[in-house]
Design a protein around this ligand. Structure first.
Ligand code: ADP
Ligand code: ZN
Ligand code: MG
Length: 491
């Protein structure tokens, strides 16, 4: 797990942070949650709209069955209990991009509760509770524009109005910015595995609000929290939390008290700013949505949805470790995405030594990707290519050094390993006669070592291998050298 230089300072502090995260995830349905409008991102403003999502008086919402199934699937993957009966509620507030004057959400009877996510920490695995997962509709989007004469315009795009979301609310179980980062990373990974969202933060498919307070170490009672809104990367969430912890400590240390408020994070300036305080906080006047029936997810439906649940990252990691004998670190890398894990499994089950495939990913692939700023999905060398190269090393057809050179070439030319290997196949001496001749010469030149070997010092064989490889300028097939040398020495 990543640690920051600030982490040790935080643990030495007389305060400890308490963090709870609220994450909005957009569901990948084709149509909106209460109408048939498209959810397509990037269409011209106000083209994916109808009387329902425009908030015109009269039309009634109709719940999207696929949205419910996705929400249940995500909730199950987050180890939640699904409430058989949940209630949609109106959350009333005014906002220019909220044409109805209320948002349909869920309140005291959410879809799912009592879940958890397991995260790795320096002290082992930790369970972060998930209080609830509820369904709601998204609001529209305000676009602020300035003109040359400094007139300010705000335009409203309602394409996003009525797009289905789930909100995932964590318990205040998170104790550091690093843990928050881990939680979000795991959460995104799990949701991606279920395929109910693309979790694309740039397009707003995943949004995070972070609640944070500090309290003196060993104090039970929570301190007053602030909320940091809509931070648009996990790295920025971690930074914003670090800054906010430092700010709250400073306030308390100088005898002040924390105001319950919403703050905005400015990544460019590295600061959080007060946006609104508790006194301005909304009273949403929730009440049950009269235009929708209670949502009933009975056992039969729940079972039907559960059957679509794929193997989740945690389970996959365990299985890969057991099945292929790879390390937990290898498994963590290889399960970062589902397609990556699938490719690995395909390659590893075809390769002679799956462990070598995993090692090559860690030792030879990841570093080169990092240098080039590539994600593993963008690697010029495919998993199949890695399996192929692993087999070549395994059989002694190429040396480790040659493999490195070929990997460098593959990255240089952006070609997969098998193609590079075909073109650049290292010259190899596989002619048995030629190798035997070299062996004979080396043995003849080193009578003392031969005597030692025959006297029982079998490790001297390594010396001979080294000499023969040197004599062949590294081009003799190592497997053949080993085989033929053993015959000669023992004859
Ligand atoms: P609100 O009523 O202000 O929305 P909630 O109780 O619904 O507050 O909690 C919202 C989020 O804030 C949850 O993720 C919860 O875990 C977290 N949270 C609640 N109290 C605290 C606190 N004192 N410090 C940090 N996080 C908190
Ligand atoms: Zn619509
Ligand atoms: Mg709340």
């Amino acid at each position: 797990m990543a640690t920051t230089p600030e982490a040790p300072v935080a643990t030495q502090s007389k305060y400890e942070p308490v963090i709870g995260l609220e994450v909005h995830v957009q569901l990948l349905t084709k149509t909106k949650i209460f109408c048939g409008c498209s959810t397509q991102f990037g269409n011209p403003p106000n083209t994916n709209v109808c009387p329902v999502c425009l908030g015109l008086p009269g039309p009634l919402p109709v719940l999207n069955r696929q949205a419910v199934e996705f929400a249940v699937l995500a909730s199950m993957a987050l180890n939640c209990q699904i409430n058989e009966r949940s209630i949609f509620a109106r959350k009333n507030y005014f906002y220019p991009d909220l044409p109805k004057g209320y948002q349909i959400s869920q309140y005291d009877k959410p879809l799912a509760e009592h879940g958890y996510i397991e995260i790795p920490t320096p002290n082992g695995t930790k369970r972060i509770g998930i209080t609830r997962v509820h369904m709601e509709e998204d609001a529209g989007k305000s676009l602020h524009d300035g003109l040359a004469d400094s007139t300010q315009w705000t335009s409203i795009d309602l394409n996003r109005s009525g797009v289905p979301l789930i909100e995932i609310v964590s318990e205040p179980d998170i104790s550091s910015p690093d843990e928050a980062w881990e939680y979000l990373t795991r959460l995104k990974e799990i949701i991606l595995y279920t395929a109910v969202s693309d979790c694309n933060m740039e397009e707003g498919s995943l949004r995070c609000d972070a609640n944070i307070s500090i309290r003196p170490v060993a104090q039970q009672k929570f301190g007053t929290k602030t909320e940091i809104k809509n931070v648009n990367s996990f790295r920025f969430v971690r930074q914003a939390l670090e800054l906010e912890i430092a700010r709250q400590e400073q306030v308390l240390e100088s005898g002040g008290s924390i105001t319950q408020e919403t703050r905005l994070y400015n990544a460019a300036e590295g600061q959080t700013y007060s946006m609104r305080s508790k006194e301005q906080a909304h009273d949403y006047r929730y009440f049950p949505e009269p235009d929708l029936l209670p949502l009933v997810v009975d056992e039969a439906w729940r079972k039907q949805i559960t059957a679509q649940l794929p193997e989740l990252p945690e389970a996959k990691r365990k299985r890969l470790v057991e099945h292929y004998g790879i390390t937990e670190a290898d498994a963590a890398t290889l399960t970062r995405t589902q397609s990556m894990a699938d490719q690995f499994e395909e390659a590893a089950s075809a390769a002679k030594n799956p462990k070598r495939v995993a090692n090559l990913v860690q030792a030879e692939l990841l570093g080169r990707l990092k240098v080039k700023g590539l994600e593993i999905e963008q690697s010029p060398i495919s998993m199949k290519g890695i399996a192929f190269s692993a087999d070549l090393v395994e059989s002694g057809a190429i040396s480790g050094k040659q493999l490195k050179e070929l990997y460098d070439l593959a990255f240089e030319r952006n070609e997969d390993f098998p193609a590079i290997y075909e073109k650049e196949k290292p010259q190899q001496i596989t002619d048995t006669g030629a190798i035997e001749k070299m062996i004979d010469e080396v043995i003849a030149a080193n009578p003392k070592q031969l005597e030692q070997y025959r006297a029982g010092k079998k490790t001297v064989a390594g010396f001979f291998v080294g000499q023969i490889m040197k004599a062949s300028k590294g081009q003799a097939n190592p497997a053949l050298v080993n085989e033929l040398l053993a015959k000669k020495l023992d004859s």
